[in-house]
Ligand binder design. Structure first.
Ligand code: AMP
Ligand code: MG
Length: 479
């Protein structure tokens, strides 16, 4: 069954969160465009989305090098561990041998002389290129240096002296290739390192830098227009009138958007007046890739957003079986943006519920996955099989299973998202507790939240000690 978001049936029955996400995904597929790209300096790249395939121009590391300070040698020049033959005629066993040191290879100052011969070693520091003829590094702690005259030399010396010798302890445990990083072992020259759609994390820009790239192509950030609605909604900094409430939603939403690398067009607060809402929507649709409002979508109130939207686009008003956040408007605004080429002429619109917790929870369930999709992000995985999921649901916050630290109650017919915190119980186990009162207007419940506890539809009571799924909001809490 193909569910269209403009299907009149949705006005009559509640949609599950999964159904809503799937309808949303289908609708967005119709307006998906590859975002335009631009080149930016690598320092500006974190938090952006890569717009090109990156093929490595070099081996990383570029040369085979030492992973430890010590000496480099050819493993074969050591006594044969199996035969146990003593190395020297002084009667020493193979676990203890002496080689002559012919020079030093230092990080940034590789050895340029001749190759090592049997019975020879070279001082080497971490990151220094392995000299020709060497395949193994023995760490400093196993070594003792002697001068040509047989006097002990300090360990800290890195420059070798003429005629210097080195005594190696624990020879039998030495394996060929130990403490050596092979050229290209991290990234091989010519291999694909990243693909378009990669969210540029600190690790990603580190990898790009290790390839020597000073700039990179990224997608232009999406521009999202946002406004609050409601005659009672008052901007912070103004005097609160009788019956007023300060505008929390615009600030939490702007912060959520910026966190995703989105550019925000903040259109302020609109009064409950159809003409002004509809003019603002029309204007926003010509300037933005998506429009988000909060408030004014509940059934039974002066819902100007709904009628204003009906006048300038297509609208679906969804009743979603979730709490908080049941009413949610989704639609497409007709638009002729300046950049008509990269636009489908339709701009997705989300009308989020006004209650501040409901605003944030619906944003996290629906708007965030939509933004990730539209911003050109690809879900990257180690292997193709796990990367093949194409639904919007893949962009939801990751779900983890935890143990309920207290009994949680819900209405059986819908999914409840309680704000949760992870604490240690008296046996030292991690369990999840709610953050306190859970009303959809109690925004401080989000302040403490590290996760959203998902009490599924069909489950009225979840007892303490039972497993429960949570949506993880990240180590800082998305919020
Ligand atoms: P509404 O969805 O417009 O019916 O609003 C539901 C509740 O959320 C009402 O109590 C509103 O006063 C409140 N509300 C609406 N918008 C905001 C906002 N921007 N900031 C804080 N509370 C809001
Ligand atoms: Mg309102």
């Amino acid at each position: 069954m193909s569910l269209s978001c403009f299907d009149p049936r949705f006005g009559e029955r509640m949609l599950s969160v999964d159904e809503a996400l799937s309808v949303l995904g289908e609708s967005l597929a119709g307006v998906m465009r590859t975002p335009r790209s631009e080149r930016v300096a690598l320092a500006q790249a974190p938090g952006r989305v890569l717009a090109e395939t990156v093929i490595s121009p070099l081996d990383v590391p570029a040369q085979t090098n030492a992973a430890m300070d010590g000496i480099a040698l050819a493993r074969a020049s050591l006594p044969d561990a199996e035969s146990g033959e003593p190395l020297s005629d002084r009667g020493e066993l193979s676990d203890h041998c002496e080689l002559s040191v012919i020079g030093s290879s230092l990080a940034g100052h590789p050895w340029t002389g001749r190759a090592l011969a049997a019975g020879e070693a070279m001082r080497i520091t971490t990151g220094a290129a392995l000299p020709a003829g060497a395949d193994t590094v023995i760490m400093q702690e196993q070594l003792e240096y002697r001068s040509a005259q047989g006097e002990g030399l300090g360990e800290g010396l890195i420059e070798s002296e003429a005629g210097e010798r080195v005594v190696i302890e624990g020879v039998t445990s030495i394996r060929r290739g130990q403490n050596v990083r092979q050229a290209g072992e991290d990234i091989a020259r010519g291999s694909q390192v990243m693909a378009a759609g990669q969210w540029l994390t600190p690790a990603a820009v580190g990898v790009l830098a290790s390839l020597g790239l000073a700039e990179v192509a990224v997608y232009r950030p999406l521009m999202v227009a946002i406004f609050s609605t409601g005659d009672e909604v008052t901007a912070p900094g103004e005097t609160l009138p009788a019956g007023g409430i300060y505008d929390a939603n615009r600030f939490s939403l702007v912060a959520l958007l910026r966190d995703q690398g989105i550019e925000v067009l903040d259109l302020g607060i609109l009064s409950d007046d159809e003409a002004s809402v509809s003019a603002a929507l029309r204007d926003a649709a010509t300037r933005a890739d998506m429009v988000i409002t909060s408030g004014g979508v509940s059934v039974g109130e002066a819902d100007h957003v709904r009628s204003a939207l009906a006048a300038c686009g297509e609208l679906a008003l969804w009743r979603i079986a979730m709490r908080p956040g049941r009413p949610l408007a989704f639609g497409m605004l007709r638009a002729t943006p300046a950049d008509a080429e990269s636009s489908s002429g339709q701009v997705p619109f989300f009308g989020l519920p006004g209650n501040p917790v409901a605003t944030m929870v619906t944003f996290l369930q629906f708007v965030l996955p939509a933004l990730r999709l539209l911003s050109g992000q690809q879900r990257l995985a180690k292997d193709e099989a796990s990367a093949s999921a194409t639904t919007l649901a893949q962009w939801q916050a990751p779900r983890l299973q935890l143990i309920a630290g207290e009994t949680l109650c819900s209405r059986a017919e819908r999914v409840d998202y309680h704000r949760g915190q992870i604490v240690l119980d008296d046996q030292g186990r991690q369990v999840v507790m709610t953050t306190g009162r859970q009303g959809s207007g109690i925004l401080t419940s989000m302040l403490l939240a590290e996760c959203l506890i998902e009490i599924p539809a069909g489950c009225a009571t979840l007892h303490a000690g039972e497993p429960v799924m949570v949506q993880w909001l990240g180590s800082r809490g998305i919020v």
